[in-house]
Design a protein around this ligand. Structure first.
Ligand code: UDP
Length: 375
């Protein structure tokens, strides 16, 4: 009988689902048919007003009302407060959690969303289940206190900084393992830029800039696109608007065939998009940052959308892994500078090599070890 893994996620942004998909693929590559993976959006599954709409609320707040998002982040960013919130809210959703869990009947649960760590552990206790809980942290440095919970059996850190912070929050050291970030194996250096451009049907020769804003399509993408079109008209722009339909429509309107700007909605071939590009401009989303680094593309971080992303900028800048520039004119300058014959990309390649390239594989290995120890 194949073993069953349940990923507890929520589609607040694109990063949590991407991490679960990355791990599902890494586990499939390692274990084939011996392990089945299932994903459940447990915030939606609560069916509680407000909480079940978390993906839509995150979408709205992170693209229009970041201050509101930051307010709730700060209000709840405390371990004891999170214990109290869980004690208050979990009973209202306990039966729905249990129904979802019994449907999958997992051997092991992997939590890739901070707001679900306590709730999944509470569901385990209440249902008398015995499966291990593994938390995979998907924020690089400045993260919400709710990621850290001593009742989770293992807490996997994407960076050395994250491992230290988990310990400061009180997770026992023996439960913390620095694995690296779960990047999908499809993000690698094996892609050919020419083939990627051919697959996308875009200009094969133009210097190409990929502009993205996470699953939500947030950040100042409109201003950046308009400035680059004006200041660097010979550059090809691949603009990924994600789930931001309004931005997609605004940027697509009136485009002439043959334009060097290509506008996409939510794409499922981000690796091809990155392979086709010469430089990636993105908000400080941890998933996108780590994917770009895995693809060895130059990186410009435009802004942190939400408090939890602020540390990601420091991470990139302090480790000399890319640029940080929020001003569209400054971004245009960086892009133009990159095309000069003597352009040197300001990346410390030694630091780049220190970033574990196979975080997903390492986590998949730990999960399999845990599964094997259950038999
Ligand atoms: N992504 C995608 N298609 C899109 C936009 C984004 O697959 O059209 C993926 C992207 O590759 C990354 C994730 O969504 O894996 C975004 O995660 P990140 O942590 O960068 O930001 P979030 O969306 O969670 O705020």
């Amino acid at each position: 009988m194949p073993k069953k893994i349940l990923f507890a996620i929520s589609d607040t942004g694109g990063g949590h689902r991407s991490a679960a998909l990355a791990l599902t693929e890494a586990i499939r590559q390692a274990a084939g048919e011996d392990v089945n993976c299932t994903m459940v959006d447990f915030l939606k599954a609560t069916q509680l007003p407000g909480i079940r709409n978390a993906p839509a609320i995150y979408n709205y707040a992170s693209s229009r009302k970041v201050w509101l998002y930051d307010f709730f982040f700060r209000l709840t960013n405390d371990s004891r407060r999170m214990d109290r919130i869980t004690n208050l809210l979990f009973p209202l959703a306990a039966s729905r959690f249990e129904a979802e869990i019994r449907t999958v009947n997992p051997d092991l649960v992997v939590v890739v969303h901070p707001l679900l760590v306590r709730a999944i552990c509470a569901a385990r206790k209440k249902g008398g289940f015995r499966w291990p809980v593994i938390t995979v942290v998907t924020d690089l440095v400045s993260f919400h206190a709710s990621w850290a919970y001593a009742e989770s059996d293992l807490c996997l850190a994407p960076t050395e900084e994250a491992a230290r912070i988990l310990a400061q929050y009180g997770v026992p050291p023996e439960k913390i393992i620095y694995t690296g970030f779960p990047v999908h194996p499809k993000f690698s250096t094996s892609h050919s830029q020419q083939q990627a451009r051919q697959a996308l049907g875009i200009n094969p020769d133009a210097f190409t800039v990929l502009i993205t804003g996470g699953g939500v399509g947030s950040g100042k993408m409109y201003d950046i696109v308009k400035t680059l079109e004006k200041v660097c008209p010979d550059k090809q722009l691949l603009v990924i608007t994600g789930n931001n339909k309004e931005l997609y429509q605004t940027l697509s309107a009136g485009r002439q065939p043959g334009s060097l700007t290509h506008v996409y909605g939510f794409v499922n071939n981000m690796e091809t998009m990155m392979a086709a590009s010469d430089i990636v401009v993105t908000k400080a989303g941890p998933g996108t940052i780590m994917e770009v680094l895995a693809m060895r593309r130059p990186l410009v971080i435009t802004q942190a959308v939400g408090v939890q992303e602020t540390g990601n900028i420091d991470f990139v800048v302090n480790h000399k892994l890319g640029f940080s520039c929020s001003d569209p004119a400054g971004i245009a300058q960086i892009v133009n500078r990159m095309t000069q014959p003597d352009a040197a990309w300001a990346v410390n390649s030694e630091n780049l090599h220190k970033i574990p390239a196979d975080g997903a594989g390492k986590i998949a290995g730990l999960i399999r070890e845990r599964l094997a120890s259950l038999t």
